[in-house]
Ligand binder design. Structure first.
Ligand code: SAH
Length: 346
C-alpha cells in the first residue's frame, strides 16, 4: 500500500532546514538529515544516530523514505548485471551495470514505460505509466555503484540515461537527479561522465543548452531522412529533422560540446546509399560523432540488422569525411539487458 506520509526526499535541503525550525529545533538538523538521506543513502530514520530518539520518532510519524528495492538481479555471462527495481507504488523499472576493462557504466531508466513510440524498441510497447522521481533515478545509480564495487572491485565510472523512458520528457526530475549525482553531498561524480540520450525533442534540447548543463548529449537519430525516420519513430512527425537540426546547432553554439548520434542500420530500412549520404550531410551541421549500435531483436521479424558490408560502407563514408565513428557491440543480450530490450519481461 502506498503510504499517505510525504516522501522526505522530495524536500530540498532548505525545506528540511525550515521544517526543523518550524518544529522548534535547529536548522542544522535539516542539514544532518539531508546528509543521511543523500550522502549516506539511509533507508530508515533509525539509522540517523546523531538525532535524538524523539526526533527520529517525529520523522517516522511524518515522513517515509521511498527507497527503491531490488526485486530481481540477473547476471549475464559477459558480466552485465540487470536489476529489476521495485518502486514504492509497486511499479518496476530496470537498470543495468555494464562492465568493460576500463570502465563500469550504469544504464538507468527515467520513466516507467515510455511516452514515445519507436517501433523497434521493447520499452515503447509498455506505454508511459509515470515519470520517475529524482530520488528513484538517484537510487538506481547508488545501487549500481554498490554492485560495481562488489562484483568488479571498482566504483562506477560512467552513467548513461539509456534505460527505459525518454529523459527529456521527464526533464525536471532527470536534471534534479543529475544535480544530486554530481554534487558533493551526493555521489560527487563528474558530469563529463554522464550521457543523456534523447530520441530528439528539439524544444528540450534548447532548454538544456539554456540551462547550461555540463553533461553530454546523445541523440538517437537512426535516419537522417524525414520520411524514413517517421516510419520507425512516429513521434518524429512532430519533432522534425529541420527542428532537430536547429536545436542541435543551438546546443553547440551555447555549450561547445560535440553531440553523439546513435544509429542502427536495418535491412530494407536505412541500408541504401541515399541513407548514408543523408547521414553524412546531417553530420556536417554540428560537430559530432556517430555511434553505430547493434540491433537487438525484440521479436520475430520486422526489423533485421543490415549486413556487415553495409555497416562497413557507412563507416567508410563517415571516415572519409572525418566524422568519428564507433561501433557498439551489445552487452547482456542473454538476459534481455541490451539497448531496447528493457521491458519488465518477468
Ligand atoms: N529514449 C531515449 C533513451 C532510451 S533508448 C532515446 O531514445 O535515446 C536508448 C538507446 O537504445 C536509443 O539510442 C535507442 O534508439 C536504442 N534502442 C532502442 N531499441 C533498440 C533495439 N531494439 N536495439 C538496439 N538499440 C535500441
Amino acid at each position: 500500500m502506498v503510504s499517505e506520509k510525504k516522501d522526505i526526499r522530495a524536500l530540498s535541503k532548505e525545506e528540511l532546514r525550515s521544517f526543523f525550525v518550524s518544529i522548534g529545533d535547529k536548522a542544522f538538523r535539516g542539514t544532518q538529515v539531508y546528509e543521511w538521506l543523500w550522502s549516506k543513502g539511509s533507508h530508515s530514520f533509525d539509522e540517523m544516530t546523531n538525532l535524538s530518539k524523539e526526533t527520529r520518532e517525529h520523522l517516522n510519524e511524518n515522513f517515509v523514505i521511498n527507497h527503491i528495492k531490488v526485486d530481481q538481479i540477473q547476471k549475464s555471462n559477459d558480466g552485465t548485471i540487470k536489476n529489476a527495481v521495485k518502486l514504492f507504488d509497486g511499479l518496476i523499472v530496470e537498470s543495468v551495470l555494464i562492465p568493460t576493462k576500463k570502465r563500469t557504466t550504469a544504464c538507468v531508466s527515467s520513466q516507467v514505460g515510455c511516452s514515445l513510440d519507436c517501433s523497434f524498441c521493447a520499452t515503447a510497447r509498455l506505454k508511459r505509466m509515470r515519470n520517475l522521481n529524482p530520488d528513484e533515478i538517484y537510487d538506481q545509480v547508488v545501487t549500481i555503484d554498490k554492485e560495481s564495487r562488489l562484483y568488479h572491485d571498482k566504483p562506477l565510472s560512467n552513467i548513461v540515461f539509456m534505460g527505459m523512458g525518454e529523459p527529456l520528457m521527464n526533464y525536471k526530475n532527470v536534471l534534479e537527479s543529475i544535480e544530486k549525482i554530481t554534487s558533493d553531498e551526493g555521489l560527487g561524480m563528474s558530469p563529463k561522465r554522464i550521457v543523456v540520450s534523447t530520441s530528439g525533442v528539439p524544444k528540450m534540447i534548447k532548454k538544456l543548452a539554456d540551462d547550461e548543463v555540463k553533461f553530454n548529449l546523445a541523440v538517437s537519430l537512426h535516419s537522417a531522412i524525414q520520411e524514413t525516420r517517421e516510419q520507425i519513430m512516429p513521434f518524429a512527425k512532430n519533432f522534425t529533422l529541420p527542428d532537430l537540426r536547429e536545436s542541435l546547432e543551438y546546443w553547440y553554439e551555447k555549450t561547445n560540446r560535440k553531440i553523439t548520434y546513435e544509429y542502427i542500420v536495418w535491412k530494407d530500412i536505412n541500408d541504401k546509399w541515399e541513407d548514408i549520404e543523408a547521414l553524412v550531410t546531417f553530420c556536417k551541421y554540428v560537430p559530432c560523432k556517430v555511434n553505430i549500435i547493434e540491433y537487438n531483436p525484440i521479436d520475430e521479424g520486422h526489423f533485421q540488422q543490415a549486413s556487415s558490408e553495409i555497416i562497413d560502407d557507412y563507416i567508410e563514408a563517415l571516415e572519409h569525411y572525418r566524422i568519428p565513428v564507433t561501433v557498439r557491440r551489445s552487452r547482456g543480450k542473454d538476459i534481455d539487458a541490451a539497448c531496447g530490450q528493457l521491458a519488465n519481461k518477468q
